[in-house]
Design a protein around this ligand. Structure first.
Ligand code: 3H9
Length: 691
């Protein structure tokens, strides 16, 4: 017997008010059956003499999160959202959007087609399409400016910002903030509407000042994640003043459809799902998180201070420990500085800053950690020092407390082994600045318990980080790939390239910074120390670049010493090419008997990317990362890889196979003895299968 499909859209009547309920878990996305149901019900209610007002409302935790982006890989099936919107506008009865949770993208466009929008105080509204590489495709670029003016619409649409209900009301994009039950509030609201229709399509666009418009466009183009979508969004929004409404909607829709099929949008959608998948660990799905009510941070340096701020921002009390008063004072100064800048920059009120600082307990006494449920160590990156800290912590902490290390390279199992609680030990690798960067590598040791990992994932959510699980291995996921990439870039220097050529090739590809500028910013001494630590295990017959050692031997540690790969005269933040470094590079080439040759930007890019791809395949085979998409999430969110390219593995999966394999051959030949080739073919196939 055929089972009848239940529609995700139903109508519930209360006297002459009809509630159209969208019930499509988890987020009420406008999948095809939702679109079909909405069109059917709205058209029927428009002709129903017993109905005076229609209320659109979401079941579950949200209104409508937008289009179902899983459908974007294929041609969209009818009916489309613009048809629903046309039905709402055609209907002579008032239609109210009753918003709780989120009204985003196509969901907010449907709300904008309604005659009134009310929302609960914690609801968010917005048009985040550009963050997915598209522009609003159902009139959002035309209706929003009719409420806010073009300048504000550009700000909102090109940032994709989610606006909380009270601000949305101030901006005039919703009509009321209501407390209590949303359905009850909608019922009350509907009673007052009589027969009022208010079609935004019929309004004029309020004038924005030239200055506001110029500023909005300038800001939009600054550091945009998806440049093509931002450019087209600005055009479309400006059309609201240039073209008749209907014509502008046709142009908007065409741009949306074109962008939907672009590689840039596919990459951003891939990352959207990859980021959510990264936090899933199949073999511990049932583990229950331990409660975390108090946190300890050991070490008040740059990392420790940033980590402390991440927890304070989430409202958790933090005990901050240092060895001596001077170091503790410096840490406190750093933390106060972060909050002072937050207040000055308008990101929080001074009262909020005070509340957060009130939760900070600085002390020199390790015993003060006895009540902490989670302690994160952020001391000097040295195994012996960290092991001794772990021994001391183990003796002080209560049973069940979790002990985490913020190490960026070291072996978590070796740290766990010096404690009596290896199952409660894991790595929490934050990225600098720790209070800002979203990425968090959660390092699973051989003995780490399932509920400890689940707790780490829950903590990550509380402090609004993006967790990716890694297994133990030198540099985990990110630093392992980044080290291989940097070393390969240094080998190119010895063969004939110069630092500025490599850096500009990589920024032209889309990386936020080139490897040498990054090195100077983070300090070359860190890599130098790591290299010294690993030297005994390195095969002397394998190629290894030498220039970095020479720079460090000459005291050039990067920006902080005024010189590294570049020169930084008078505390400059941007380096200038230093002929002395180029001469050092030439000398190393000569010593090694290498005849220098020139490199094209494309050659540099392919070799660098092939290195990342190959190293990723190796670490996937070792089980350091669970999925190819986890690698991409790490590189995009922690290492400045351009999100619109999806990460090195997604990017490779979209290139012709022969080109990728040829680049791997070039890499293998250039690296020579000891080169290990990863199973890139399998990784790419795995990714292509997902699509
Ligand atoms: C658009 O609308 C274009 C239009 O202009 C075109 C014309 C019509 N589709 O984030 P969560 C899944 S573009 C499919 O963990 P939260 C998500 O993968 C769209 N699936 O929950 C996850 O699945 P799983 C514009 C989606 O409570 C589950 O839902 N809209 C979609 O932390 C829970 O998600 C957006 O960009 C989707 N659109 O946050 C909004 N959204 O459990 C994107 C979510 O299998 N969504 N899923 O991993 C969000 O921002 C958040 O999901 C939201 C809830 C704030 C709604």
């Amino acid at each position: 017997m055929a089972t009848q499909q239940v529609s995700p859209v139903r109508v519930e009547r209360e006297d002459d008010i009809a509630f159209v309920v969208i019930d499509n878990p988890p987020v009420n996305a406008t999948s095809q059956p939702v679109r079909e149901g909405l069109l059917r019900e709205i058209s029927a209610l428009a002709d129903d003499a017993g109905v005076s007002t229609i209320v659109l409302i979401g079941a579950g935790k949200t209104f409508i999160a937008g289009a179902d982006i899983r459908e974007f890989d294929r041609p969209l099936r009818d009916p489309q959202v613009p048809a629903i919107i046309a039905a709402i506008e055609k209907c002579e009865k008032p239609v109210v959007a009753a918003i709780h949770g989120a009204a985003l993208g196509g969901g907010f466009e449907i709300a904008l087609a309604c005659d009134d929008r009310i929302a609960t105080p914690d609801a968010v509204v917005g048009l985040p399409e550009v963050t997915l590489g598209v522009i609003p495709g159902a009139g959002g670029t035309q209706r929003l400016p009719r409420l806010t003016g073009v300048a504000t619409a550009i700000e909102l649409i090109t940032s994709g910002r989610r606006v909380k209900a009270p601000e949305a009301q101030r901006l005039g994009i919703i009509d009321g903030v209501v407390s209590g039950d949303i359905r009850e509030a909608a019922r009350r609201h509907a009673r007052h509407l009589a027969k009022r229709k208010r079609r935004l399509s019929a309004l004029f666009v309020p004038v924005s000042s030239d200055e506001a418009l110029k500023k909005a466009i300038e800001n939009a183009n600054k550091g945009a994640r998806a440049r093509t979508a931002v450019k087209e969004a600005i055009e479309a929004i400006q059309n609201s003043e240039r073209l008749p409404f209907g014509e502008a909607c046709v142009v908007e829709r065409a741009s949306f459809q074109r962008l939907r099929e672009s590689e840039e949008s596919a990459a951003l959608r891939y990352l959207f799902f990859a980021e959510r998948e990264a936090a899933r660990i199949p073999d511990i799905a049932d583990a229950v998180a331990r409660p975390i009510a108090a946190v300890g941070v050991l070490g008040a340096g740059t990392m420790g201070s940033g980590i402390a701020v991440s927890f304070l921002d989430a409202g958790l009390p933090v005990t901050l420990i240092e060895q001596d008063q001077e170091a503790l004072d410096r840490g406190l100064e750093r933390i106060h500085g972060i909050y002072d800048r937050g207040v000055q920059g308008g990101r929080m009120t001074s009262q909020e800053a005070e509340q957060r600082l009130h939760q900070l307990r600085p002390t020199l006494d390790l015993k003060q950690l006895v009540q902490s449920d989670l302690v994160i160590e952020a001391v000097f990156e040295d195994m012996a020092i960290k092991q001794s800290v772990f021994r001391e912590l183990d003796a002080v902490l209560k049973g069940g407390a979790i002990l985490a290390s913020n190490t960026s390279y070291l072996n978590i199992d070796a740290l766990a082994s010096v404690t009596s609680r290896p199952a409660d030990v894991l790595g929490l690798h934050f990225f600098s600045p720790a209070n800002i960067m979203r990425l968090l590598e959660v390092v699973r040791g051989a003995a780490t318990a399932g509920d400890v990992l689940t707790t780490a994932l829950a903590v990550a959510k509380t402090i609004r980080k993006l967790p990716v699980i890694a297994r133990v291995g030198e540099g985990f996921i990110g630093n392992r790939i980044y080290s291989a990439y940097r070393i390969q870039c240094e080998l190119m220097l010895e063969e004939g390239a110069y630092p500025d050529e490599v850096d500009s090739a990589m920024t032209a590809f889309g990386l936020a910074m080139g490897p040498f500028a990054v090195g100077d910013l983070s300090g070359l001494d860190i890599s130098w120390r790591t290299r010294q630590r690993l030297a005994p295990t390195r095969d002397p017959k394998a190629r290894f670049p030498q220039v970095l050692d020479r720079l460090c031997e000459a005291g050039r540690f990067g920006q902080k010493t005024g010189a590294g790969w570049y020169r930084y005269p008078d505390g400059a933040r941007r380096g200038t090419v230093d002929p002395e470094v180029n001469a050092m590079i030439d000398k190393v080439s000569a010593e090694k008997g290498i005849t220098r040759r020139s490199f094209t930007a494309e050659e540099i890019q392919w070799r660098a990317l092939a290195t990342m791809i190959n190293e990723a395949a190796l670490l996937l085979a070792e089980g350091i990362a669970a999925r190819p998409s986890d690698v991409d999430v790490v590189l995009v969110n922690g290492y400045g890889f351009p999100p619109q390219k999806g990460g090195p593995l997604f990017w490779a999966s979209r290139r012709p196979r022969e080109q990728v394999f040829q680049a791997l051959d070039v890499l293998a030949a250039a690296t020579g003895y000891g080169f290990q080739r990863g199973g890139v073919e399998g990784v790419i196939e795995n990714l292509q299968k997902r699509e």
